[in-house]
Design a protein around this ligand. Structure first.
Ligand SMILES: Cc1cc2nc3c(=O)[nH]c(=O)nc-3n(C[C@H](O)[C@H](O)[C@H](O)COP(=O)(O)OP(=O)(O)OC[C@H]3O[C@@H](n4cnc5c(N)ncnc54)[C@H](O)[C@@H]3O)c2cc1C
Length: 378
């Protein structure tokens, strides 16, 4: 029987494991490895930060995938060898007929001097309860949300956090300026200038000011240091620089972008039988920008690889391809959300639309989570 080893049980890994079992049932052995016992959608972090919910309320045990026939293994992946399609997990080597690398992106706050001492890492689950407490106790003043590097997960998420915090402050009668800085020229470079202007205009309307071309060099007590200026803050919420996980960096799979380069349609790496999906990959678009790191894309890539492997294992020509179609929700408060969506892999350049905010998109966002819970863990 063919064995597929899936490294990482987040969006991409789970989707691949689930689809493989759906297609092949007992005809395939699927081993899914993760160091964490739970799956959680990324936007739970925004809700936990603003005190709308807790992280725990959004966690589902990965072990439940065993109901679908997946062998779920909890452990630390120490290394992998793409030539051998193998990995070492807690000292034990596992070999497979196909390897799917779905290890996401690692947060790297230590490259910014002063970040750990002076900023709350709002992408790190351990820091979020502390950040939530600091926000709840914030009596007013200057709140800064800093994007300390790119690419980072879910590009609209820091802006979503700003909008939700603004709504929370309004409700609690807290007077504060909110500023968001980014090293990129604009807040959402994947959008057209007109759509970017629309987003930044909407932020401005509620007193959220954005600063592009702001690459932070370090953080000191009460100040972020840039090359040409300093920005004061009373409370600093930071999105740390991201990088590929250590195991991936040491595997020989990394391309010059610092991420795994794949065939965008098939997710094949340069090693036979080795695939990479989701946040660990770099997918260039026709306009030279990169595919945003989003759970939906990780999931679609995982399903594509599963479909292809199912065909290969049953002697058929694989035809499934990653469409690059989808998007990310951008919650704006008052129970409304916008969506940034479209065909990112269009050959003439990404065809991306920014929708107006609506209750319908907010409801879709909530359903995005509950649908996956039902499908994977029900
Ligand atoms: C605030 C926020 C909001 C977001 N909102 C959205 C949204 O609205 N829509 C959307 O589509 N996306 C959203 N995202 C992005 C989404 O969460 C990620 O893009 C998605 O999780 C990527 O999936 P992945 O499978 O590539 O990686 P992950 O889901 O990160 O999974 C990687 C897994 O690998 C495991 N792992 C890593 N290294 C090791 C190791 N050495 N040993 C064992 N296990 C290991 C990790 O524990 C993890 O479970 C958001 C993200 C954030 C932070």
């Amino acid at each position: 029987m063919n064995r597929v080893l899936i490294l990482g049980g987040g969006f991409g890994g789970i989707a691949a494991a689930h689809r493989l079992k759906q297609k092949l049932g007992n005809e395939v052995e699927v081993i899914l490895v993760d160091r964490d016992p739970y799956f959680m959608v990324g936007f739970r972090k925004s809700w936990a930060l603003t005190g709308e919910s807790t992280l725990e309320a959004g966690q589902k045990p990965i072990e439940r995938l065993s109901r679908h026939g997946v062998d779920v293994m909890r452990g630390m992946i120490e290394s992998m060898d793409p030539r051998e399609k193998s990995a070492v997990i807690d000292g034990k080597e596992i070999k497979a007929d196909a390897l799917i690398v779905a290890l996401g992106a690692e947060l790297n706050p230590s490259v910014v001097p002063g970040f750990a001492e002076h900023a709350y890492n709002v992408y790190g689950p351990k820091d979020i309860p502390h950040a939530e407490k600091a926000l709840s106790e914030f009596k007013g003043g200057r709140l800064v949300i800093g994007i300390f590097g790119g690419p980072y997960k879910c590009p609209p998420a820091p802006l979503e956090m700003a909008m939700l915090i603004r709504a929370k402050f309004k409700k609690n009668g807290v007077t504060a300026s909110i500023e968001v800085f980014t090293p990129q020229p604009v807040t959402l470079p994947i959008l057209s200038q007109a759509s970017c202007d629309a987003v930044e205009g909407r932020l401005n309307e509620v007193g959220i000011h954005t600063f592009g071309h702001h690459k932070a060099l370090s953080v000191e007590a009460g100040e972020v240091v840039f090359e040409k200026r300093r920005m004061g803050f009373d409370l600093l919420l930071g999105i740390p620089p991201h990088r590929a996980s250590k195991v991936v960096r040491e595997s020989g799979l990394i391309g010059e972008s610092g991420w795994v380069h794949i065939d965008p349609r098939t997710c094949e790496t340069s090693f036979d039988g080795v695939y990479a999906i989701g946040d660990t990959t770099h997918v260039p678009l026709a306009n030279k920008k990169a595919l945003p790191k989003a759970g939906l894309f990780a999931e679609l890539m995982g399903e594509t690889v599963a479909e292809r492997l199912a065909d290969i294992f049953t002697g058929k020509e694989p035809t499934a391809q990653f469409s690059g179609e989808g998007g990310c929700y951008f919650e704006v408060g008052n129970g409304e959300a916008m969506m940034i969506k479209g065909n990112f892999l269009s050959e003439s350049g990404p065809l991306i639309e920014l929708t107006n905010p609506s209750k319908e998109y907010y409801d879709q966002k909530v359903k995005f989570e509950t649908d996956r819970w039902a499908r994977w863990f029900g």
